[in-house]
Design a protein around this ligand. Structure first.
Ligand code: GDP
Ligand code: MG
Length: 162
């Protein structure tokens, strides 16, 4: 059985999180980044990019049959997006909890969308919805060399040594 640091390393996962153009324009970068940071998750990649519409279509390919697909892709490519990869135990699922429900009207207070957004078409943030999409989205948005592996000073305090 794995113990201590080894067990912790084995359970680490990564997720793709993006602050959409509305979140960037509303000055919510620091607020959103700080929620992931304060939780104890570790930032391993970050960049500000304006995706092309074709790129946005790739990112949202699962939704191509939906009536809002075109508007959604237009919007994502309309301005800077803050693309990030966050690492931590359970970060994929818990990242979605921090974000809240897709429709901010249904997001709980205390979540990012619950506290900071009002309508589904301007819900300020994206987060991968599972291990497979996390892998695909990280590969779509980042080159391997843009992901930084390091030991955070806080890790032993966030996870404990054993
Ligand atoms: P998410 O994983 O919570 O972001 O939700 P989905 O993967 O289902 O949808 C992706 C994004 O499409 C959402 O974050 C919304 O910005 C947008 N979206 C989803 N449903 C609707 C809708 O009914 N109307 C509009 N205008 N946008 C939607
Ligand atoms: Mg989704």
């Amino acid at each position: 059985m794995l113990q201590g640091q080894e067990a912790h390393a084995a359970e680490m996962e990564r997720t793709f999180i993006a602050i959409k153009p509305d979140g960037v324009q509303r000055g919510l970068i620091a607020e959103i980044v700080s929620r992931f940071e304060r939780k104890g998750f570790k930032l391993v990649a970050i960049k500000l990019v304006v995706p092309s519409k074709e790129f946005a279509q790739k990112h949202y390919h699962d939704l191509k049959e939906r009536p809002f697909f075109n508007g959604l892709c237009e919007f994502l490519s309309s301005g800077p997006v803050l693309a990030m990869v966050w690492e931590g135990e359970g970060v994929i699922k818990y990242g979605r909890k921090l974000i809240g429900a897709t429709d901010p009207q249904k997001s709980e207070p205390g979540t990012i969308r619950g506290d900071l957004a009002v309508v589904v078409g301007r819900n300020i943030i994206h987060g991968s919805d599972g291990p497979e999409t996390a892998k695909d989205e990280i590969n779509l948005w980042f080159k391997p060399q843009e992901l930084v592996s390091y030991t955070s000073n806080a890790e032993k305090w966030v996870y404990g040594a054993n």
